[in-house]
Design a protein around this ligand. Structure first.
Ligand code: AMP
Ligand code: MG
Length: 413
């Protein structure tokens, strides 16, 4: 049976359809296991951090007024009334004209509001300290609650936990947080010509590339990849594998058979599932037009192009952000996860209007100038165009291209 593309829709419309799927369920995990996953709760600071004013330096705790205007030529002289330990909670108040020796991380006594670094002081004996630098209130100190104030929302639900966030949670004594669990993503390669990668080279066969690249990108997105191997272009085989994969996963990715030819069976296989629907067939991006979005029950199924490079671009442009959305990330489609490099375009680069182009780009780094970005041209079936590329340049659908010399954003891949 020959079918046609459904109406080809824009990348933005395709994303809106992807956005209609709800995030996977949640669980409580330890903060280090939450790394890379997305919070399902607002995290409220249970206490002030630090709990009292703390020194950031080895030196002397002072009242800044007593050291105001001090210089090497015109130092201030203070009486050292105590030598504090790092784990001490001082129970006295600094009097005018006094200072207290304090280590990094030590708690300031009442009456002290600044620390003078030890390098700018001199012990003169008999408890007198020469202060050779002016000090301002708050200098070299961390104020009570400055890192986090009790009751503050420190992270919002939908925030992806980064290593530095784990650090703040640890400092606040928060051991576990509620996150969206890792989605399971089933991967199916389709095609009569496909063989496993340990098969010897033989004319008429093609080693299965896509299940390997897809697995990498699924893992990079933070999900768990489950491989269902190679399925021949036979509807009953495809249906049974798809049914199993849907039952066992939160999302299923098929590659190959997504276009409109005789042996392109993905649409039919999705349609044959219980309570299923094709939501889109065709998206206005290049490469990557023959992309299918289907639904069975409330689970998404994506039919991706078989072309080895097209499918990589579709994964980067749409599927990785979609997985992050399924993981609960709020701004998954905004491109904030992309690593962008500004570069100078090396040659005029044109694009057909009406589709968003993902141009493979090579970067040459130069001293004191923006890197030079040049398109890597080549047939889209060649793996080496992606291998030679350092990044992608997106030419919007309503733009005809960019000129040599333009400053452009390159999305590092
Ligand atoms: P299709 O969309 O099924 O017509 O596939 C388009 C092209 O991509 C054909 O040349 C296929 O042989 C190739 N292809 C499809 N799937 C894979 C795969 N998993 N690994 C390598 N090449 C593939
Ligand atoms: Mg095929």
């Amino acid at each position: 049976m020959n079918h046609e593309f459904f109406e080809i829709i824009s990348r933005v419309e395709f994303e809106a359809l992807l956005n209609s799927f709800t995030a996977v369920g949640t669980e409580k995990v330890s903060i280090s296991d939450a790394f890379g996953l997305v919070l399902d709760e607002n995290i409220i600071s249970p206490e002030d951090l630090p709990p009292a004013n703390r020194s950031c330096m080895d030196g002397y705790a002072v009242n800044a007024r007593d050291a105001f205007g001090a210089t090497e030529g015109n130092p201030a002289y203070l009486e050292c009334s105590a030598t504090l330990k790092v784990d001490e909670n001082p129970d006295f108040e600094l009097q005018p004209g006094e200072c207290a020796a304090i280590p990094t991380g030590g708690t300031l006594p009442d009456g002290a509001d600044a620390v003078v670094m030890v390098e700018h002081t001199q012990e003169l004996g008999a408890g007198t300290i020469e202060i050779r630098k002016s000090s301002a209130p708050g200098e070299h100190t961390m104020l009570k609650g400055e890192d986090a104030a009790k009751g503050d929302i420190i992270f919002q639900a939908g925030h992806k936990v980064r290593f530095q966030d784990v650090g703040l949670l640890a400092a606040l004594g928060i051991k576990d947080v509620s996150i969206h669990r890792k989605p399971r993503v089933g991967i199916i390669s389709t095609g009569d010509e496909l063989v496993e990668i340990d098969s010897p080279q033989k004319v008429g066969t093609i080693r299965d590339v896509n299940s390997h690249t897809l697995r990498c990108l699924v893992n990079e997105a933070g999900a768990e990849a489950v491989n269902y191997g190679i399925v021949r272009d036979e509807l009953d085989k495809l249906e049974s594998t798809l049914e199993k994969a849907i039952a066992e996963n939160d999302l299923v990715l098929l590659s190959g058979g997504s276009s409109v030819g005789m042996r392109d069976l993905t649409v039919q296989a999705i349609e044959s599932m219980q309570d299923s629907e094709i939501l889109a067939h065709g998206v206005a991006i290049s490469p990557g037009k023959p992309t299918i979005l289907g639904r069975t029950g409330n689970k998404p199924v994506l039919g991706l192009p078989g072309q080895v490079t097209s499918v990589q671009v579709v994964m980067l442009a749409l599927v990785v952000p979609f997985i992050r959305q399924l993981m609960g990330q709020q701004d998954a489609f905004s491109g904030t996860d992309r690593m962008l490099v500004q570069a100078e375009l090396g040659r005029n680069t044109v694009s057909k209007p009406g589709r968003e182009d993902y141009v493979r780009m090579k970067l040459t780094y130069r001293d004191g100038k923006l890197p030079l970005a040049e398109p890597v041209y080549g047939k889209s079936g060649l793996l080496k165009t992606m291998v030679q590329a350092d990044g992608l340049m997106i030419i919007p659908a309503d733009t005809e291209g960019f000129y040599a010399g333009n400053t452009v954003n390159i999305w590092k891949i």
